[in-house]
Design a protein. Structure first.
Length: 184
């Protein structure tokens, strides 16, 4: 897969930017999903020039980012553009887990409701889900609030509170109790 990039230095005062020194190039990457491995690159920087020119820097709202169908399709155009298939692939990974299989989740920023709701649906269809998440121990911890909003049962969640660098973010799929696939 080829990704085309164009970088442009923007100079001047914030009220009168001038584009200078443009560099354009292509990067060839492996396919997003090939031979059992998937590699996805989102467009995670809202401050990018491409987002500004495509969407006029429209601010994202929770309503926009949470506008996802149960089968994992991002329905908001800005959110889908920024995701570039990454969120959809994660939701598909969870949604494709079958009754009797398991998911082991370890997460530090665990507030993206479409993923939490997909995990709740997995539990409802008989998937054995266990979650370890980072808890800040603050009164209004955002992870606890999102877990409650998604109605994930307390019996499947474990708070991890003493982490010097809480950067865990992976999901392991189990079949017959054996790990067979990892999403990270």
């Amino acid at each position: 897969m080829a990704i085309f990039w164009s970088l442009c230095a923007v100079c001047g005062s914030p009220h009168s930017f001038e584009e200078r020194h443009t560099l354009a190039f292509s990067i060839k990457t492996e396919p997003e999903f090939d031979q059992g491995h998937g590699v996805f690159f989102n467009r995670g920087t809202i401050a990018s020039h491409a987002f500004e020119t495509t969407f006029n820097n429209k601010p994202l709202t929770d309503e926009m980012t949470e506008n996802v169908s149960d089968d994992g399709k991002l329905l908001d155009p800005e959110t889908a553009w920024l995701s570039r298939g990454l969120a959809e692939a994660c939701l598909k990974y969870i949604n494709d887990t079958k009754q009797g299989e398991g998911l082991r989740v370890c997460a530090y920023e665990f507030t993206y409701l479409p993923v939490l709701r997909a995990l709740k649906r997995a539990i409802d269809r008989g998937v054995d889900v266990q979650i370890v998440y980072h808890d800040t121990k603050k009164e209004k911890d955002p992870n606890r609030a999102a877990i409650a909003k998604a109605r994930l049962p307390k019996s499947v969640t474990r708070a991890r509170t003493r982490t010097p660098i809480p950067r865990n973010k992976f999901i392991v799929r189990l079949v017959g109790g054996t790990p067979v696939q990892v999403w990270t």
